[in-house]
Design a protein around this ligand. Structure first.
Ligand code: NAI
Length: 386
C-alpha cells in the first residue's frame, strides 16, 4: 500500500492521514472546506513540534512524515490512490454522493473505505458500481493514539478484503478487529451497558453518581467511571449513539436509552465541554464525594459487568466478531482493563449467569435476559479460553 487518500480533514480524517504517513504511505488529505485544511495543517505543526520537543521523533523524522502528507482542496489529486478512506460528515446521502464521485476518479483496483461509526457500510457500498471493494475502516478518536481499528466488511465486500486490511492495520501499528456490519459494530454495541446500566442504578437510587464512578474505577479497574466518561465524551454524542443503536436493533430493551441522560441533552448540559453534565465543572465547585462502601461497590460492579459480559457473549453467539477480536476491541478501543470474555472466565461463566438470572427474575424485564450462549456454556461447564 503506497498511496492513500483521506477524504475529510476533520478530527478523524487528519488523524487517519497522520497514521498512514507515519506508516510510510504517501498521503493525500482532501477536504472541500479550505478552512478545515488550514486547521489540520496547524494541528500537524503543533503535534509534530511537540513530538520533537519530547524526543519521540527527530526533526528529520517529523519533517519526512509531514512531507508525505499533501493537503488539497482539489479532489482530482486522489486519482492514483491504492486506498481511499472517507471521513466526512456522518450523513448517508452525502457519503453516497462522495463514494460515487470517488469511483469515477480512482482505478478499478483502489480500495474504498469508510470511517463511519453508525451508518450501514452495506448501504454506502450499494451506491457504488463495484461494491465489492467497499469496506468499513473504523478508527477511534484520536486515531494516532487509539490502537483499535474495526474492520467492517459489507455483505457485498469481496471476502478476502477484510483479512487484507487486517494485515495492513498490523503493519500500520494498529490493533484491528473484524466486525460484522451490524449496528454499533463491536465497541458501540458491547459498551452500551457501561453507560446504560450505571445510569439505571443511579435512577433507581441504589447509589449516587460519585459512588458508582468510584466503584467502577476502584473495584472494577476501569480507567474512568461511566458518569465521568459520558461527561467527557459529551452527552449529545453518547446519547445519540445509544438512541441510534436502540432504534437500529428494533427497540430491543437491552439498549434502551435513559431519560435522565436525555434531559441533560435537552438542557444543553453536554458535560465537560459545556461546563455541566452529571457533574458541575464550574470553577470553584467542589465535586461530590463517593460513599466508599465496599459491599455496595461490589454489587454495582457485578451488575454492570454481568450486563457487559452478556453483550459480548451475545455478540459472539451472533457471529459479530471472533472472541479474540471482541476482547481486542474492548481493551484497545475503550481501554477496558480486561477483555470481557476473558473476564467472564475469571469470574466464572455460571456466576455471571446467576447475576443475570437474579436481575431477570427480580425485574421481570427482557433487558436482563441472558444470552443463549451463556446459558449453554454454564450448563456444559465451559469457559471461553481453554
Ligand atoms: P468532523 O466534522 O471533525 O470532520 C469532517 C470533515 O469533513 C470536515 O472538515 C468537513 O469540511 C469535511 N467534509 C464534509 N463534507 C465533505 C465533502 N462532501 N467532501 C469533502 N470533505 C467534506 O468529523 P469527524 O469527527 O472527523 O467525523 C468524520 C467521520 O468519522 C464521521 O463519519 C464520524 O461518524 C466518524 N467517526 C468519528 C469519531 C469521533 O470521535 N469524532 C470516531 C470514529 C468515527
Amino acid at each position: 500500500m503506497k498511496r492513500v487518500s483521506v477524504i475529510g480533514s476533520g478530527a478523524m480524517g487528519a488523524g487517519i492521514a497522520q497514521v498512514a504517513a507515519q506508516a510510510g504511505c504517501e498521503v493525500t488529505l482532501y477536504d472541500n472546506n479550505p478552512d478545515a485544511l488550514e486547521v489540520a495543517s496547524k494541528k500537524y505543526t503543533k503535534i509534530f513540534d511537540r513530538l520533537v520537543e519530547k524526543g519521540r521523533k527527530t526533526r528529520e523524522e517529523a519533517d519526512a512524515i509531514l512531507s508525505r502528507i499533501e493537503l488539497t482542496h482539489s479532489m482530482e489529486h486522489i486519482d492514483d490512490s491504492d486506498m481511499v478512506v472517507e471521513a466526512i460528515v456522518e450523513n448517508l446521502d452525502v457519503k453516497k454522493q462522495v463514494f460515487r464521485k470517488l469511483e469515477n476518479l480512482v482505478s478499478d483496483e483502489c480500495i474504498l473505505a469508510t470511517n463511519t461509526s453508525s451508518l450501514s457500510v452495506t448501504s454506502i457500498a450499494a451506491a457504488c458500481d463495484k461494491p465489492e471493494r467497499v469496506i468499513g475502516l473504523h478508527f477511534f478518536n484520536p486515531a494516532p493514539l487509539m490502537p483499535l481499528v474495526e474492520i467492517v466488511p459489507a455483505i457485498s465486500t469481496a471476502p478476502e478484503l477484510a483479512n487484507q486490511l487486517k494485515e495492513l492495520m498490523f503493519e500500520w501499528g494498529k490493533s484491528p478487529a473484524i466486525a460484522q456490519d451490524t449496528p454499533g459494530f463491536i465497541v458501540n454495541r458491547v459498551a452500551r451497558p457501561f453507560y446504560g446500566e450505571a445510569i439505571r442504578i443511579y435512577e433507581e437510587g441504589i447509589a449516587d453518581i460519585p459512588t458508582i464512578d468510584w466503584a467502577m474505577k476502584t473495584i472494577g479497574g476501569f480507567r474512568m467511571g461511566p458518569f465521568e466518561l459520558t461527561d467527557f465524551i459529551g452527552h449529545d454524542v453518547n446519547y445519540i449513539v445509544t438512541e441510534t443503536v436502540f432504534k437500529e436493533f428494533y427497540f430491543d430493551p437491552r439498549y434502551k436509552p435513559s431519560i435522565s441522560q436525555k434531559r441533560l441533552v435537552e438542557a444543553g448540559f453536554y458535560g465537560r465541554k459545556s461546563g455541566r453534565g452529571f457533574y458541575d465543572y464550574t470553577e470553584g465547585v467542589e465535586q461530590p464525594k463517593p460513599t466508599e462502601d465496599e459491599v455496595l461497590g461490589k454489587k454495582i460492579v457485578e451488575r454492570v459487568l454481568a450486563m457487559l459480559i452478556n453483550e459480548a457473549v451475545d455478540a459472539l453467539y451472533l457471529n459479530i466478531a471472533s472472541k479474540q477480536d471482541l476482547d481486542t476491541a474492548m481493551t484497545k478501543g475503550v481501554n477496558y482493563p480486561k477483555g470481557l470474555l476473558a473476564w467472564a472466565d475469571e469470574i466464572g461463566v455460571s456466576n455471571v449467569l446467576e447475576t443475570l438470572e437474579n436481575l431477570h427474575s427480580e425485574y421481570d424485564e427482557d433487558r436482563y435476559r441472558p444470552s443463549v450462549l451463556l446459558k449453554r456454556m454454564a450448563s456444559n461447564g465451559e469457559c471461553f479460553y481453554n
